[in-house]
Design a protein. Structure first.
Length: 186
């Protein structure tokens, strides 16, 4: 199972208690996810943000899709991993965590809530001004920038921000599969 820390608004839409009990830590490779719901043209969408990597999923948030949120998250995560060339054992383990279901919990990290709010706004703007699909909005976030106080300074770019795709590669790929910038495979 995957721990999904939801805002009060999303917990209400999921028909979960306003103050769910604290879940036990899970063993999925990426750890906890944060989620919120918003509306664009009266259509609800859910934004899920992984706290350790900044990877974001943007999913349909209507009642029918909320019932199978874990399945939709698994499908989108798996397809984006395949698109970015991250298919492997660890990616499959994360997908299996989604397939096993979601363990809902309250939010507890204000920095992640701020990042989640920013992603929600950027998704809304992408829908409104660029006619993005849900998966296109997600893919843009994977190539974007992410900052969290728990992350060390990015030595590659000499800044506090990290690329979610780089953080995801570090988490999901074995060290032998990650090549330095100037190295090539023979």
């Amino acid at each position: 199972m995957t721990v999904l820390r939801c805002t009060a608004k999303l917990l209400k839409r999921l028909k979960q208690p306003a103050k769910p009990s604290e879940p036990t830590p899970q063993d999925n490779p990426l750890g906890e996810w944060y989620a919120d719901i918003d509306f664009w043209n009266r259509k609800p969408f859910v934004v899920m943000l992984n706290g350790s990597t900044g990877v974001t999923l943007v999913l349909n948030g209507d009642a029918a899709h909320l019932r199978v949120l874990h399945e939709r998250a698994a499908v989108q995560f798996d397809s984006l991993c395949a698109f970015f060339g991250l298919a492997g054992e660890s990616a499959r383990a994360e997908v299996h965590g989604f397939d096993a279901g979601l363990n809902f919990a309250p939010t507890r990290d204000r920095s992640l809530l701020s990042s989640l709010s920013q992603r929600r706004f950027e998704a809304w703007m992408g829908f409104e001004h660029q006619n993005l699909s849900l998966v296109d909005a997600s893919a843009r976030f994977w190539n974007g920038l992410y900052k969290h106080p728990s992350l060390s300074r990015n030595r590659r770019y000499d800044m506090d921000y990290h690329r979610p795709l780089d953080l995801l590669r570090q988490r999901l790929l074995p060290a032998a599969d990650i090549l330095p910038l100037n190295a090539t495979r023979h």
